[in-house]
Design a protein around this ligand. Structure first.
Ligand code: SAH
Length: 455
């Protein structure tokens, strides 16, 4: 077998896509991953890295374009690490995402016959994000840069305009840039852990129009906070809250633990599934509100509550999924690790007149065990873990409740497939799964799966 060499130029037919959105082609049996190519392309690539069984390529030339190709509509595309599918049509993107879920369920989970519903695409591919966490930096001329990290790096790509964001974020970004030019403290430098301004963090309640602007600082505050507030108030309609978040740690974690409100409310409010939700800066909230409603509708369909069930919502964030179903359950229990989110969940229950809900703060695995010891026997369990999925201990505890149904909401097909396998071994095989596109143009794909007890 000939070996692939670095800098070698090869011609490839792109036949698939990786989870990160790079095209896959084969050269003498070896897989070569090349960003910015599309299934159906014939391309010439330069090999930039070689591992034992695969290599990485850089696109040199498209020899024959895939019929799915479209002209990318953003100058930052391929530079910032945000979108990876602006060069193919949305239909093609959805196909890639569906295939990724199917592939993970088959290869990692071993589920070859699991019915997979067609992916639920979004009506809007742009402007759907209600949250931005923009790292700040300085360019060679000393001017503020603000945008997104390049792929696999901490180099900031300045993006004055991001199509995924709502218009109002650009107003906030411009006002912040202008304020920073006059009054801003030094920008934080990762290498030396010096400087102050780390990130601009924006949130938008799409239904209420409320905007929260938060500056993450290496310290307790900023000079000229008042001027910042008045600049934002002037530029941003719906500005409801300005917050300083302190993050003094030498860390990649974006937000610190403590927040201080310098204008308006400590929370912003939004409407989801007909309910009101208050959200603190530290609480998770679904980034694509419109698709979140569809995701929750699917979860509700799978939960098929009749009014007699004890419903357990694990990884509940600000309580959104459970609260949206509480009127169809007898009781609701929620578990979440971030204290502010748990406080939000309790307040959100009150706000919406939900009286049958109880929320616990803690690690899902430990809390699930505590609930079992208390003698709780949930009939329906909802799981919505972060990308790393569930702890095996948690899976055993949940199966041990012997619920009728488990609804698993996942943002990573690989960990979903891994966890479904363990659930199946414990008597809870998956019945059906539905991919949902919560993040158009990016590599992410969400899946909801229904698991029921073996008869
Ligand atoms: N279901 C919610 C939140 C999902 S995001 C919604 O739809 O909005 C996942 C949530 O899990 C986050 O709120 C995160 O803070 C929480 N989380 C992460 N690790 C956890 C753990 N070990 N135990 C409990 N909750 C955890």
């Amino acid at each position: 077998m000939t070996l692939l060499r670095k800098n070698q130029i090869v011609e490839l037919d792109i036949t698939g896509m990786t989870a990160q959105g790079a095209g896959v082609g084969h050269w003498e049996g070896m897989a070569v991953f090349t960003p910015l190519t599309a299934p159906g392309d014939r391309v010439r690539v330069r090999v930039v890295k070689v591992a034992k069984n695969y290599g990485f390529g850089r696109l040199e030339e498209v020899l024959s374009p895939s019929p799915d190709r479209v002209e990318p509509d953003c100058p930052c595309f391929a530079q910032c690490g945000g979108c990876c599918y602006r060069h193919i049509s949305y239909q093609a993107e959805l196909k890639v995402k569906e295939a990724r879920v199917r592939d993970a369920l088959e290869r990692i989970g071993g589920f070859h016959d699991l019915p997979l519903r067609p992916i639920l695409g979004a009506d809007r591919r742009d402007g759907y994000r209600n949250k931005a966490l923009l790292p700040l930096g300085v360019d060679k001329q000393g001017a503020l840069t603000m945008g997104f990290y390049a792929v696999n790096s901490h180099r900031i790509v300045d993006c004055p305009y991001c199509r995924l964001q709502p218009e109002v974020f650009h107003r906030a970004m411009n006002a912040f840039r202008e304020w920073a030019g006059k009054y801003g403290d030094p920008v934080y430098q990762e290498e030396s852990h010096s400087g102050r301004m780390r990130r601009l963090y924006l949130r938008y309640g799409e239904q209420t129009g409320q905007v929260m602007a938060c500056v993450v600082v290496n310290g307790n505050g900023l000079h000229h906070e008042e001027e910042l507030v008045s600049a934002l108030r002037k530029a941003v309609p719906g500005l409801a809250s300005v917050v300083i978040n302190s993050n003094r740690d030498r860390t990649n974690v974006a937000l610190g633990q403590s927040c201080r409100t310098i204008y308006g409310a400590d929370v912003i409010q939004d409407t989801l599934c007909g309910l009101q939700f208050r959200l603190s800066p530290l609480s998770f909230y679904q980034v694509n509100r419109t698709q979140a409603e569809r995701l929750y509708q699917l979860a509700a369909k799978y939960a098929s509550l009749t009014g007699n069930e004890l419903l357990l919502d694990l990884y509940c964030g600000a309580g959104t999924i459970g609260l949206s179903m509480a009127n169809r359950a007898k009781r609701l229990l929620g578990v979440e690790i971030i204290p502010e989110a748990v406080e939000n969940a309790r307040e959100n229950a009150r706000l919406n007149g939900v009286e049958n809900g109880e929320f616990f703060c803690g690690d899902a695995a430990k809390a699930a065990q505590m609930l079992a010891q208390r003698g709780e026997r949930p009939d329906v369990v909802i799981l919505d873990p972060p990308r790393k999925g569930c702890d095996p201990e948690l899976i055993r505890t949940v199966a041990g409740y012997q619920p009728q149904r488990i609804v698993y909401v996942s943002c990573d097909p690989a960990t979903l497939a891994r966890d479904l396998k363990l659930f199946a071994e414990l008597g809870y095989p998956p019945q059906e799964a539905s991919p949902v596109d919560m993040f158009p143009a990016t590599s992410h794909v969400e899946t909801v799966a229904l698991l029921t007890r073996n008869p």
